[in-house]
Design a protein around this ligand. Structure first.
Ligand code: MEV
Length: 433
């Protein structure tokens, strides 16, 4: 069997599938059927998706859900969320409703600077290099002009170019540390293209035998592209929803956040909950969730220890819960104008610019974290999860509406396990109930 292949990318899609099924799926017609089942009936739409990446053989669905009632800076929004994990959208919606009755979310963008670097080795004199780079700056800006022209018209562009001496950490290692304003685009292509122009200028103006450009690439660490979001209310307004009084709830909540601030094992899970909300909006709006994830977690460890992205306090009877997070997002370019569902998601969000999307996304993270902590410090997280688990098992066993209702009633007072659900369903079907 030929498990390796030359020229795979040149094969038509159906032949790629044939090759795959024959070599890796034991010729199973079922595998082929599953792959083709997910093709879109609209050939043009399918082609669009085929062309997003290489070697596409099918589509991989994720649910797109809606979390309504987000009151953000006095405006109601419904958030589109793409996520596979049950409970996340329900939790976001619950948190949104809760805070809409307590003044809503307040959010603001702190900074919008993006970063790129040209990494190079230089064996000549450092002072000489400094002087040369200073002289070359106008040349570099000129070389990047065809790329920056449009961005400048939109009010963005290159903000600064600095030489950084890294030779103490790595022999002969220097970098051009460049900052950018990319307006409403995430800016990856723009930044990388500018950097490559700068690298060319270095290569044509510094002695060949002294210079090696290693690489030119943006950084996904964007600690100066920061957004802040918060909720607050009087402590007494937090009660009523659980067995805890407002004061008890607030104190336990702040403790839970404090634990995530000092304890990395907890902080990672705490922040994972934040990212449930953030990634879901980032995906729905066609942004790069890997870039966001990488940047956010680097930020969470910026002081040398991984810590919570959110914070909480009680001061003069007021409970305040907030997040400060780096988010390099775009609302133009990339998938935003290509993917019909992304376009729709941005429409649902009332066509935000990048700054507005930063605020919305930070709020989604804060809301998600609030919902998770609220469950954790009151009922425990499993209550909600087990309900979804029950529904998943019932769906797997094609339970009818009637059966579902009876089962949900039963398991309101009994412990949910896979075997207990099956046993109860069998009893129900055998008319023993
Ligand atoms: C699960 O996806 C997220 C949580 O674990 C977050 C948390 O523990 O804070 C519930």
């Amino acid at each position: 069997m030929a498990k390796s292949i030359n020229g795979f990318s040149k094969l038509p899609k159906t032949e790629k599938i044939d090759w795959l099924v024959e070599n890796f799926c034991e010729g199973s017609p079922e595998a082929e059927k599953v792959l083709k089942q997910y093709w879109n009936a609209d050939a043009k739409l399918q082609q669009l998706h085929d062309e997003f990446i290489e070697n596409t053989i099918s589509n991989f669905y994720l649910p797109l859900g809606l979390a309504p009632n987000f009151l953000i800076n006095e405006e109601y929004l419904t958030l589109p969320m793409v996520i596979e994990e049950s409970s996340v959208v329900a939790a976001a919606s619950k948190a949104a409703k809760f805070w809409s009755e307590r003044g809503g979310f307040k959010a603001r963008v702190i900074s919008t600077e993006k970063i790129g670097q040209v990494h190079f080795k230089y064996s000549g004199d450092r002072i000489e290099l400094e002087k040369t780079i200073e002289q070359l700056k106008p040349k570099m800006l000129e070389a990047a002009k065809p790329i920056t022209q449009n961005m400048e018209k939109r009010g963005g562009g290159i903000l600064s170019i600095d030489l950084v001496d890294k030779t103490k950490e790595l022999k002969e290692y220097f970098q051009l540390f460049v900052t950018f304003d990319t307006r409403d685009s995430m800016g990856a292509n723009f930044i990388n293209s500018c950097l490559e122009k700068f690298a060319e200028v270095l290569e044509t103006n510094l002695p060949k035998e002294q210079l090696t450009v290693i690489m030119s690439i943006l950084s996904n660490y964007v600690p100066e592209c920061l957004v802040y979001a918060e909720v607050s209310c009087i402590v007494d307004d937090l009660g009523g929803d659980s067995h805890l009084s407002g004061e008890e709830f607030a104190e336990k909540f702040v403790q839970a956040v404090n634990i995530a601030e000092v304890e990395p094992y907890r902080a990672v899970t705490h922040n994972k909950g934040v990212m449930n909300g953030i990634d879901a909006v980032v995906l729905a709006t066609g942004n790069d969730f890997r870039a966001v994830e990488a940047g956010v977690h680097a930020f969470a460890s910026k002081d040398g220890r991984y810590t919570s992205l959110t914070h909480a306090e009680i001061k003069n009877g007021i409970f305040r819960f907030w997040i400060e997070i780096p988010l390099a997002l775009g609302t133009v370019g990339g998938l935003t104008s290509l993917h019909p569902l992304v376009k729709l998601a941005l429409d649902i969000l009332q066509r935000p610019n990048a700054l507005e999307l930063m605020k919305i996304t930070a709020v989604a993270g804060l809301a998600q974290n609030f919902a998770a902590l609220r469950s954790l410090i009151t009922t425990g997280i499993q209550q909600g999860h087990m309900k979804m688990h029950l529904m998943n098992i019932l769906n797997q066993h094609q339970a009818t509406k009637e059966e579902k209702k009876k089962m949900v009633d039963f398991f309101t007072h009994h412990t949910i396990t896979h075997s207990s659900v099956i046993e109860q369903l069998e009893k129900l079907r055998a008319n023993e109930l």
